[in-house]
Design a protein around this ligand. Structure first.
Ligand SMILES: NC(=O)c1ccc[n+]([C@@H]2O[C@H](COP(=O)([O-])OP(=O)(O)OC[C@H]3O[C@@H](n4cnc5c(N)ncnc54)[C@H](O)[C@@H]3O)[C@@H](O)[C@H]2O)c1
Length: 255
């Protein structure tokens, strides 16, 4: 599917990888619907991107709110042709910490946002895409989810994050198999270390160390490189049911 004149929902689209994706969609002549809880960043980005961007404050863990947001996106642009799920949180916490055992609620929050929230948006957006008139190839829509290399090589302190991203990896194939009937492809990108506000929270030394661990190129990934892969996935119809690591060959060390 080409992006020109198509409407793509980007959850977590106010910042980082999602922000770069929204920019790429508009630059490619498409419409970007930004769903995010960060109202300031969402409104600012949509304002900068102009009328081809539409911003809806949405918590992806809220079933009713996501249904209302997808309805609003359809009313605004007429239909939804794609979904890119980038909303997520990265919390590092040991199970056996210095101050005690990891509270169950902390583990549950990572799963709630990264896994259940992703599923929630996929479920609602896929139902909307299933009603589209198919393209000549039969395609009605494309879903791109975001996991992490932590799904495969999670570090100490990443049990919750790795479990949430492992869940995204695990549902990629069954969703692709199920949505094949309605012509909706499902892919997942597992990024390595990208230079976004999520990583900006780390001290400079930790960021430099992460960059230096990437075999080649030895730097943090650029959000535009993530967006570029999203675009390729939309355009290459044979990509379906697969997880692509985008990581410069990094394999995370235990800590
Ligand atoms: N940056 C990296 O190195 C990296 C590596 C691997 C995976 N990822 C994944 O990529 C995705 C994007 O990360 P990023 O680096 O761009 O982070 P980011 O913090 O810049 O962007 C994430 C966005 O998600 C939004 N969000 C969080 N919870 C939400 C909710 N409940 N409802 C709606 N929006 C919500 C935030 O407001 C933010 O705008 C995340 O899923 C992250 O786990 C990032």
């Amino acid at each position: 599917m080409q992006l020109a004149d198509r409407t793509i929902v980007v959850s977590g689209g106010a910042s980082g990888l999602g922000g770069a994706t929204a920019e790429m969609v508009v630059a490619a002549g498409g419409n970007a619907v930004i769903l995010d809880i960060n109202a300031d960043a969402g409104a600012a980005l949509a304002g900068r991107l102009g009328p081809r961007a539409h911003w809806i404050r949405t918590d992806i863990t809220d079933g009713d709110a996501v249904e209302a947001a997808v309805d609003s996106a359809r009313n605004h642009f007429g239909a939804i042709h794609g979904l890119v799920c980038t909303a997520g949180i990265a919390v590092a916490e040991r199970v056996l910490g210095r101050d005690g055992t990891q509270p169950l609620a902390h583990f549950a929050r990572s799963i709630q946002i990264n896994l259940i929230g992703t599923f929630n948006v996929v479920r609602v957006a896929a139902a909307a895409m299933a009603t589209n008139e198919p393209l000549s190839s039969g395609e009605r829509g494309v879903v791109v989810m975001t996991a992490s290399v932590a799904a495969f090589d999670g570090q100490v302190g990443q049990a919750a994050y790795a479990a949430s991203k492992g869940g995204v990896v695990g549902m990629t194939l069954p969703l692709a198999r199920e949505f094949a009937r309605v012509g909706v492809r499902v892919m997942t990108i597992a990024p390595g270390t990208f230079d976004t506000p999520l990583l900006a929270a780390l001290p400079d030394a930790a960021r430099a160390s992460l960059a230096q661990q990437v075999p080649f190129p030895s730097r943090l990934g650029r959000p535009a490189e993530f967006a570029s892969l999203v675009r390729h996935i939309f355009e290459n119809e044979m990509l379906n049911g697969e997880v692509i690591r985008l990581d410069g060959a990094i394999r995370m060390a235990p800590r």
